[in-house]
Design a binder for this molecule. Structure first.
Ligand code: IDP
Ligand code: MG
Length: 139
């Protein structure tokens, strides 16, 4: 099934100057960039985005990290895009991520892990709508 998913290159990925490297991996694996914009999230925007994690011990640190610099927000589109994006990113903790994945290759820690990807159709719909209007997504 052709799906859309939200991808974020987090502030560490932007700082490491690997935007192109990450997008290259998406494109080489059948995902298309359907929307993209850079944004420096406010604390409120980060907290709203990660609201499902608000009770977790790492929540405030995570929101601080996500607002530490600009991010690249993208909508990726393609066959099985939600699972494909997560497969390319690898496990949340780079120490546990499979060889050749984005997080294994570039991430410094379980928090500073380069990329975000929606984990299910419902979260993809919420997350895409959180950052993009329909007019900003190219079919
Ligand atoms: P995911 O990004 O692989 O879907 P989630 O469990 O949804 O992982 O967590 C969201 C984000 O919160 C992670 O990408 C990471 O930046 C951060 N995070 C997750 N678990 C921890 C932790 O145990 N310590 C610090 N940060 C964490
Ligand atoms: Mg998640």
């Amino acid at each position: 099934m052709i799906e859309k998913t939200l991808s974020i290159i987090k502030p560490d990925g932007v700082r490491k100057n690997i935007i192109g490297e990450v997008i290259k991996r998406f494109e080489a694996n059948g995902l298309k960039v359907a929307a993209a914009k850079m944004k420096h999230l406010s604390l409120k925007e980060a907290q709203g985005f990660y609201a499902v994690h608000s009770a977790r011990p790492f929540f405030s640190s995570l929101c601080e990290f996500m607002t530490s610099g600009p991010v690249l927000l993208m909508v990726l589109k393609g066959e099985g895009a939600i699972a494909k994006n997560r497969e390319l990113m690898g496990a949340t903790d780079p120490a546990k991520a499979a060889p050749g994945t984005i997080r294994k290759d570039f991430a410094d820690s379980i928090e500073s892990n380069i990329a975000h990807g929606s984990d299910a159709p419902e979260t993809a719909a919420f997350e895409i709508g959180y950052f993009f209007s329909g007019l900003e997504i190219f079919e």
